[in-house]
Design a protein around this ligand. Structure first.
Ligand code: AMP
Ligand code: GLY
Length: 420
C-alpha cells in the first residue's frame, strides 16, 4: 500500500522510520518531510495546508492511506476534504468535528463538562465581555491561567501571577494578540501537579492505549524559561503506575471516547491527552488531535506492533480487536536546538558528527541537506533517542551520544528526566 505522511518535524521522521519497517508498506511519500524522512520515501514539496495539491498527489501516486502529523490541517478540515473527494482513501486523523477538541479550548472544556471529565474550573469570555472578565479574574485565586481559544502554535497559554497582569493580558488577548485565535479566551484555575502525556488510537468507538510519555517544554533546566516545541521526552513515566492509569482510563479516556461516539464526532486517528496529576488524581490540561512532538520520538520506538497494522485497524473501524504490544524498556529523547531558540536564532549551520552516533536513533526536525552537507533549518534541529533497561540508562546513553553531534550555537538541556 502507498502511504502519504503529512508533516515535517521530528515526529514525522519517527513515523517514517517506524512505517518503513512494515511489510504492508509499498511506497511512502512525505509532504513536505525533511532530510530525515527522505531516507524512507519520497519527499513531496507540498504545504500541508495546500489541500488541492495534496489531493492531486494522493490521486496521482495511488495513495490509499494518509497519516496526518500536525494539528493545523486537521483543524482546517483536511480529513473532510480528502474524504469527500477521494472516499476510498483512508485518513488517519479526525475530521474537523473531532479536531475541535484541540482547535477550540472552549469546545474542549464544554465537551469535558458534558461528559463529567475532570479538568480545571473555568469560564470563557469574548470581546464584548471584558468587564465581566475583569470581575471574574479579581475573584480568582492566583496563579490564574489564560488560554486563547484557538490554535496559537503553542504560545496561547499564559500563566499570570497577579490579578493586574491577568487583567492586562486578557485585554490584549481579546483585542487580537493571537489574531482570531484569541477572539475568545478561557480563564482557568491553575492546577499544581506533575504533567504526563497519554496517547490512544481510536476509530471513534473503541480505543487502544499507546505507551505513555512525559515531555519537557521549557527551554531552561529545572523547567524554567520560555516554552518551546519540546526539549526532550521519556517513555514510560515512572510515577504513572497501574493505579493512576486505572483512574486515567475510567475517568478520562473511556468517557472521552464514549463522548466522541455519542456525539457522532468524526474521529479516526491518534488522540493525545495532556494530563496533570494533582494529589494522586488525573485532570485534563488539554486534548490534542494528533501525536505529540517530541513524545512520538520516545513512544514509537517502544511500539512493537506494525504501525501499518495499527493505522489500518483505525481506518477500518477495527480498533476493538487490535492488540498493541510494547517494549518494556525505557526510551529517552534529548532535543538539540539552535542557539537563541525559542527566540531569534540563525539557520544554515553545518551539523557535524551524526554518523558517529552508534547506540541511538537520531530523528531530524530542522535539518536540510545541501549536497553532502547537513545544515540546520529550524529551531528544534534533531532528537537523540535511546533505549535503556531503566530510565537513567536511557538518558545516559542519549547524553553520551549527543556529544558526537555539533553545530555552531547548539544547545540542549542536560536535565531531561530530572523530576522523575
Ligand atoms: P498547552 O499549550 O495547552 O499545552 O499549555 C501549555 C502548558 O501550560 C501546559 O503544558 C501546562 O504546563 C500549562 N498549563 C495549561 N493549563 C494549565 C492549568 N490549568 N494549570 C496549570 N498549568 C497549566
Ligand atoms: N509535546 C506537546 C505537543 O506536541 O503539543
Amino acid at each position: 500500500m502507498n502511504v502519504l505522511l503529512i508533516g515535517s518535524g521530528g515526529r514525522e521522521h519517527a513515523f517514517a522510520w517506524k512505517l518503513s519497517q512494515s511489510p504492508l508498506l509499498d511506497k511512502l511519500f512525505i509532504a513536505p518531510g525533511n532530510a530525515g524522512t527522505e531516507a524512507y520515501g519520497e519527499n513531496l514539496s507540498i504545504d500541508p495546508l495546500d489541500f488541492d495539491a495534496l489531493k492531486q498527489a494522493v490521486a496521482k501516486n495511488g495513495i490509499e492511506l494518509v497519516i496526518v502529523g500536525p494539528e493545523v490541517p486537521l483543524v482546517k478540515g483536511l480529513k473532510d476534504e480528502l474524504s469527500s473527494s477521494l472516499p476510498d482513501v483512508h485518513v488517519i486523523g479526525p475530521g474537523s468535528s473531532g479536531a475541535q477538541l484541540e482547535g477550540s479550548k472552549a469546545y474542549a472544556k464544554e465537551f469535558m463538562g458534558r461528559h463529567g471529565i475532570p479538568t480545571a474550573a473555568y469560564r470563557e469570555f469574548s470581546s464584548g465581555q471584558l468587564k465581566a472578565a475583569h470581575t471574574y479574574i479579581r475573584a480568582q485565586s492566583l496563579p490564574i491561567v489564560l488560554k486563547a481559544d484557538g490554535l496559537a502554535a503553542g504560545k496561547g497559554v499564559i500563566i499570570c501571577n497577579s490579578h493586574d497582569e491577568a487583567i492586562k493580558e486578557i485585554g490584549e488577548m481579546l483585542s487580537g494578540k493571537f489574531g482570531s485565535a484569541s477572539a475568545k479566551v478561557v480563564i482557568e484555575e491553575f492546577l499544581n501537579g506533575i504533567e504526563f502525556s497519554v496517547f490512544a488510537v481510536t476509530d471513534g468507538r473503541s480505543y487502544q492505549l499507546l505507551p505513555i510519555a512525559k515531555d519537557y517544554k521549557r527551554i531552561g533546566e529545572g523547567d524554567t524559561g520560555l516554552n518551546t516545541g519540546g526539549m526532550g521526552s521519556i517513555s514510560p513515566v515512572p510515577f504513572v503506575d497501574k493505579q493512576l492509569m486505572q483512574k486515567v482510563e475510567e475517568r478520562i479516556v473511556q468517557p472521552t471516547i464514549q463522548g466522541i461516539s455519542n456525539e457522532g464526532l468524526d474521529y479516526r486517528g491518534f488522540l493525545f491527552f495532556g494530563l496533570i496529576q494533582v494529589n494522586g488524581d488525573p485532570y485534563v490540561i488539554e486534548y490534542n488531535c494528533r501525536m505529540g512532538d517530541p513524545e512520538t520520538q520516545s513512544v514509537l520506538p517502544r511500539i512493537q506492533t506494525d504501525m501499518m497494522e495499527i493505522c489500518l485497524a483505525v481506518a477500518q473501524g477495527k480498533v476493538k480487536n487490535l492488540k498493541i504490544t510494547f517494549d518494556s524498556r525505557t526510551v529517552a529523547s534529548v532535543v538539540m536546538v539552535s542557539g537563541g531558540y525559542p527566540g531569534r536564532y540563525e539557520k544554515g549551520k553545518e551539523i557535524m558528527g551524526i554518523n558517529g552516533v552508534s547506540d541511538s536513533l537520531v530523528f531530524y526536525a530542522g535539518v536540510k541537506k545541501e549536497g553532502q552537507k547537513l545544515l540546520t533549518s529550524g529551531g528544534r534541529v534533531l532528537a537523540v533517542t535511546s533505549f535503556g533497561s531503566d530510565m537513567s540508562q536511557a538518558i545516559q546513553t542519549s547524553y553520551q551520544q549527543i556529544q558526537q553531534i555539533s553545530f555552531d550555537g547548539a544547545y540542549y538541556r542536560e536535565d531531561i528526566g530530572f523530576d522523575l
